[in-house]
Design a protein around this ligand. Structure first.
Ligand code: ATP
Ligand code: MG
Length: 437
């Protein structure tokens, strides 16, 4: 089905897409489509960008689908590279921009034996290679949800929508193309995608998809840790992390992305960290998977080393690597984040140490800010009244004399309370009571 002029360039049209959104279409993507069409290939914008334009959301990237094969695309665009094995794609570069171009894919043709090498499934029905080329209709049937399977040509201003995707965008529904039980077997990550789109767009997940998530969610255990790290970032660092976390929990599949503490549902540190990350996203501040991982793995670290109303410091340091390794088995963690995570954890101990010249040293630590931010989150999550976070807030803004006074005051309190425990190793008093349940 070809629909003309659904996107109108004029300001006063009744088009569902505003002229502002029209202008947000990447000129580089249009240039690529133009060039492919000049070489007599079909080429369209497809996927999230078309869906988002129809939903009046500014697209975050632009994907292109074409009947040109990867090698043919490579010939046309000098600055391009074929990537992926399981799912081959071409990246086309211009300055800092990268556009992903995918060749139309076909499903498994039951009568054919020649293509078996290109679409391979494992014993659980999961597709492990998906490189059989087809036409646009075949391609459309291979996509996950109807709202993601709308093809738009920005040059002729036409679009192809074989599964009523535009209607479902309007109705705010996420509907699977084909039986979701089968489609989630082919690729279990589709269940995470359904959840992510539902929160991002505020759409309803169709009941058949819900059932499939319950039924097939466990298959996420077979997905590579590298792919799950990508999904971890997409689901938790997109401004809707907290909502996604709650949905993942309600479907019982949070454990396929996170190394959670045993009684995690009662621990507020997860929710507070995600809410904090969402707020930073909204405020346009930097967000890193390292910080979120440090926060999410923290309860597990405390669980492992808590000892007699405090922590066993030796165990605290020794457990760091094993807790990160456990998470790495779920989602890979790029090496650059592991030392960041450990620094944030180490700083939680150091921030407790406010005697002598320690505060002046700690404040110069390159990760002080992240460590302090996490302290505030822990404090909020555990409703702690000791005001350690507040103390550090004041300390950062105080002049040298006031800083000295603040440290002096801490020393006196410690002496009066007698709760300073110089023992190293076992049973160091540390942490907020709710963390040490
Ligand atoms: P986002 O806004 O996150 O970019 P998106 O829908 O564009 O959302 P991409 O991962 O960029 O998601 O994928 C582009 C398109 O490719 C999707 O819209 C969908 O049509 C198709 N697609 C991606 N991943 C899958 C999958 N696992 N199974 C089926 N189709 C997929
Ligand atoms: Mg996309």
């Amino acid at each position: 089905m070809i629909i003309k002029n659904l996107f109108k360039k004029t300001k006063n049209s009744s088009s569902p897409v505003s002229s502002e959104d029209w202008e947000s279409i990447s000129p580089f993507a249009v240039e690529i489509i133009n060039k492919l069409q000049d070489h007599n290939y079909q080429a369209y914008l497809v996927g999230g960008c078309v869906r988002d334009l129809l939903a009046n959301i500014k697209p975050k990237d632009f994907d292109i689908a074409t009947n040109a094969e990867p090698k043919e695309i490579r010939k046309i665009f000098k600055a391009s590279r074929i990537i992926g094995k399981r799912f081959q794609l071409v990246h086309i570069y211009k300055g800092k921009q990268i556009i992903e171009v995918a060749t139309f894919r076909a499903g498994l043709n039951k009568n054919s034996t020649t293509i078996e090498n290109d679409l391979i499934k494992d014993d659980a029905g999961k597709i492990i290679r998906d490189n059989i080329w087809g036409d646009i209709e075949d391609d459309c049937n291979r996509r996950d949800f109807t709202i993601n399977a709308i093809y738009f040509c920005p040059i002729s201003n036409t679009f192809k929508d074989f599964h009523d995707g535009a209607k479902h965008v309007k109705e705010k529904k996420i509907i699977s193309i084909g039986d979701p039980l089968y489609r989630f077997e082919e690729d279990p990550v589709r269940s995470l995608r359904a959840i992510r789109f539902a929160t991002k767009l505020n759409f309803k997940i169709d009941s058949k998809i819900k059932e499939a998530i319950y039924e097939k969610g466990d298959l996420l255990g077979n997905i590579s840790n590298a792919r799950l790290f990508d999904e971890f970032c997409k689901i938790f660092l997109n401004g809707h992390g907290y909502e996604n976390y709650k949905k993942l929990q309600s479907f019982g599949i949070a454990k396929y992305l996170l190394n959670l503490e045993k009684n995690y549902s009662g621990n507020k540190v997860y929710g507070e960290s995600l809410k904090n990350t969402d707020k930073r996203y909204r405020d346009g501040k930097s967000i890193t998977p390292g910080f979120l991982l440090a926060a999410i793995l923290w309860p597990k670290l405390i669980e492992r080393c808590s000892f007699d109303n405090g922590i066993n410091v030796r165990k605290f340091f020794r457990s760091m690597d094993s807790i990160i390794a456990e998470q790495q088995r779920i989602t890979a963690i790029p090496r650059k984040f592991t030392s960041y995570i450990k620094d944030i954890w180490y700083l939680q101990l150091k921030l407790n140490d406010r005697l002598k010249n320690n505060p002046n040293k700690i404040i110069k630590h390159p990760r002080f800010r992240a460590g302090y931010d996490f302290l505030l989150i822990r404090e909020k999550a555990s409703r702690d009244k000791s005001n350690l976070g507040k103390w550090w807030t004041s300390f950062q803004h105080a002049d040298a004399r006031s800083k000295e006074k603040m440290i002096g005051k801490v020393r006196k309190t410690v002496e009066i309370d007698g709760n300073f425990n110089p023992r190293k190793g076992e049973g160091k008093e540390f942490g907020f009571s709710e963390e040490l349940r």
